[in-house]
Design a protein around this ligand. Sequence first.
Ligand SMILES: [Zn+2]
Length: 389
Amino acid sequence: MKIKLKPITVSEIFSGYKDNAEEGVVGYGGKLNIRPAYQREYVYKEEQRNEVIRTVMRGFPNTEFPLNVMYWAKTDEDHFELIDGQQRTISLCRYVNSEFSILIDGMPQNFDNLSPEEKAHILNYKLQVYVCTGSADERLEWFSIINLAGEPLTSQELLNANFTGPWLSSAKLYFMKSNSAAYGLANKYIDIEANQSRGKGLETAIKWVSKDNIKQYMADHQNNENADALWLHFKKVIEWVQNTFKDYYHEMKGLNWGQLYDKYHQQTYDPKKVSLQIQELHGDICVENVKGIFEYVLGGSSDKKLLDVRVFDDTIKRSVYASQTKTAKAKGKSNCPDCAMGHDSNKSKIWDQNEMEADHVSAWSKGGATDAKNCEMLCIRHNRAKGNR
Ligand SMILES: [Zn+2]
């Protein structure tokens, strides 16, 4: 990749300046795309816009106060895209086009009102433009280094900038236009912006179909006629989710459904059974990670780690210990129920609380709750003997 400093005058940029609203903005003799599709809309506030002009005028007629540098990308032998500096560039072009006036010495003046010297000063003002030439990959890296307009592009926006073509246009229709098909189908299941503009939905879909190789997938499909295949896979995943889980829970939003689909879609599930299991787990206060219950059920309810099941808290343990110990002392028996039933010297031993552990009377995995009624304190040896329940 090469980056080369190329001072360019306002007059050069303004030549051929055309603002075709939706169709885009061009300048520099028609060779500079000032507002490429992925760029933000012109959102300068009046005050910032005026400040750009004042900065250029400030040094008049001698020294120049520089605007910050701008970045262009060279897209072919004779064409450029403006990567950073869009708002400053448009402000200058609009001023030279006499589209607004600013206060100079207390008088509102548009470009036409200026003296010939002042006009020349603006037109000959040299913008410090860095022109970048390189492969799509190199440009991508370079884009990520420059944070545009204070708000960095999302990773998907950066990728979109580098893989334009018919496939991307089609993908944007499915996933990035307001009221997109993706939003209508899946906004309950995936993270997607209300206006779908920054590519979250598209990112999710490509992530799913490519098994997390988003960039490679976009490179491979850049020149495809359309993104129908991407859309169909996305749709298949969401429909599988809807068919497998009959009830909707808000915790379903944002899960990696593409990965779960890959792992489990070939298995058959009884939606009624699944529905009951989910309902039970969802209502279980011991399940700390509610988002994990869907994969837990898909995997045959074997991986308890997914649920992050809550253990008895200290208040419960203290109160159960106290009442067990009181009863045990009255009977002259051990406060560990299992020791009390034995025949060795421990049968009347009163353990300290720190020598005991809490156990579920009825195991959590068989429906036992994690409340005081289901809590029993056992000596460490007896609790461990029962295994991890
Ligand atoms: Zn014991």
